[in-house]
Design a protein around this ligand. Structure first.
Ligand SMILES: [Zn+2]
Length: 484
């Protein structure tokens, strides 16, 4: 518990993401000699699919009733597989993308002093009765009993649990505050009508942060710090989110904002002022009020997906659970709280929803499960000369790719024609696709990769000049950060 109370504001070293698999690759995949661990062979993997629309089973709504583009593409390509209504198996590509997303979230949260915790999903009913939310949450709460008849819910959020945890720290001093505690865990909500795949499920991943400050002023500072971290996160992902004033709902508190990603299938509606920076969820406005309360200018309405939500809670929960600290005068005082959510699985699906074409999945560059896909040209590979230098060519590209902090995928489905291979690859979303042709074994090898985010080509230069790689990329800012 000592560790929990230690404050750390240091930004952790930038994590690279190219080695999670390296530990077991050499044993499991004979093609990957120890020196070439950053390469995977696609045919050895749980295969990405390429299903027709009528071949996928959504398991929600009526049969065959696919509710949005991201759900359809994720099912077709084999990123998710339905398990039960509102619940999906996340398949390997999705898990890789999610791990990358969690890493970016960790960077942003830890840069503002966040410390990661992990609380149980089983949440005892007495905590929820204390805050009166056992009744207030109604049917949304998934409830269960253990063999002793003790009641629990599967946590949709953890204000009660974290406040009780902090309240258990009896000798908390104002000098230790603020605390910013967060976790990335599964959450549960008994949705009446799960839909849109990962956008509105019954079991999903959320990042939830809870902050504890010694005064309302300090809590407001923390609030804007976290909001800025959210903006920075969405900027890095290349997602243009709008921060809007929001209703506090069943969470409570006195101030709240949502981070909305504008998209037509979004279930939230928000209004934006065309002449000043005012924006708000329409729930917070009078139904007739389409005039900006700040400047009286006209408001325009947009649909959005809520990908983040922030609340300034004040002492609503700290007063219930008696979460106190010793203030500067040596007297016990209630902690000022905030809570901050990010829909982790929802961000993955929402990003696919806004970035993809009707046929091809596009990820934010930071999240693409694999950055580079190598495709051997079948006819060329058959030629002995190319075959002998095949290994070194692959290593060459792999080395370049390693500088982009990515794991290279070697597509070796030689039974497929290049055309079909290309189709599958294009659909399933690598940032770069490298077709290995004759030029890679010339005395000065030349690699021309295709960047599927922009449709443009990018040169991977010869060894020695890799740091000069400057991809032609719509998210070049993001990319440079990755290489830093
Ligand atoms: Zn205005």
């Amino acid at each position: 518990m000592e560790g929990l109370l230690t404050r750390c504001r240091a930004l952790p070293a930038l994590a690279t993401c190219n080695h999670q698999l390296s530990g077991y690759l050499p044993r499991r995949f004979p093609h990957c000699a120890p020196g070439r661990r950053k390469r995977l062979v696609l045919s050895c993997l749980f295969q990405p699919q390429n299903l027709r629309e009528d071949q996928v089973l959504p398991l929600e709504g009526r049969s065959g009733d696919l509710t949005c583009k991201s759900q359809r593409l994720m099912l077709q390509v084999g990123l998710i597989h339905p398990a039960s209504s509102g619940c999906y198996h996340l398949l390997p590509y999705t898990v890789r993308a999610m791990e990358k997303l969690v890493r970016v979230i960790d960077q942003e949260m830890q840069a503002i002093g966040g410390q990661k915790v992990n609380m149980p999903s089983l949440s005892p009913a007495e905590l929820w009765r204390a805050s009166n939310r056992w009744d207030l949450m109604g049917k949304e709460l998934l409830r269960l009993r253990d063999r002793h008849g003790k009641e629990y819910c599967l946590g949709p959020t953890h204000e009660e649990a974290i406040t009780a945890l902090v309240a258990s720290q009896k000798t908390l001093s104002y000098k230790q505050l603020p605390f910013l505690l967060y976790q990335v865990t599964r959450k549960f909500r008994d949705e009446p009508r799960p839909r849109f795949g990962l956008l509105r499920g019954r079991e999903f991943y959320m990042k939830d942060m809870y902050t504890f400050d010694s005064s309302p002023e300090a809590a407001r500072q923390t609030y804007s710090l976290v909001c800025d971290a959210y903006s920075s996160l969405f900027d890095r992902l290349g997602l243009r989110c709008v921060k809007v004033q929001a209703d506090v709902g069943s969470i409570g508190g006195t101030m709240s904002h949502e981070f909305q990603l504008p998209v037509e299938i979004g279930e939230d509606r928000f209004a934006v002022c065309t002449s000043c920076s005012f924006s708000a969820n329409v729930e917070t406005l009078d139904s007739s009020q389409m005039i900006c309360p700040a400047c009286q200018g006209p408001l325009t309405e947009t649909k959005g997906i809520e990908v983040g939500h922030t609340f300034y809670l004040g002492t609503k929960y700290s007063s219930i659970f008696n979460a106190q600290f010793i203030n500067v005068h040596g007297k016990p005082s209630l902690a000022e709280m905030g809570c901050y959510g990010l829909g982790v699985t929802r961000i993955l699906a929402a990003a696919i929803e806004v970035l993809s074409t009707e046929d091809c999945i596009r990820w934010p560059s930071l999240l693409a499960p694999y950055q580079v896909c190598l495709i051997p040209r079948r006819r060329a590979v058959r030629k002995r000369r190319l075959q002998s230098s095949w290994g070194s060519s692959v290593s060459h590209v792999t080395a370049a790719a390693a500088l982009l902090h990515c794991l290279t995928l070697l597509d070796s489905k030689e039974q497929l024609t290049l055309k079909n291979l290309g189709k599958g690859v294009q659909k399933s979303t690598y940032t770069y696709v490298q077709t290995l042709v004759k030029t890679v074994i010339e005395p000065t090898p030349h690699f021309q990769s295709r960047c599927y985010s922009t449709g443009g080509g990018v040169d991977l230069p010869d060894e020695g000049s890799y740091p000069l790689i400057t991809p032609v990329h719509s998210l070049s800012k993001v990319f440079q950060f990755q290489m830093a």
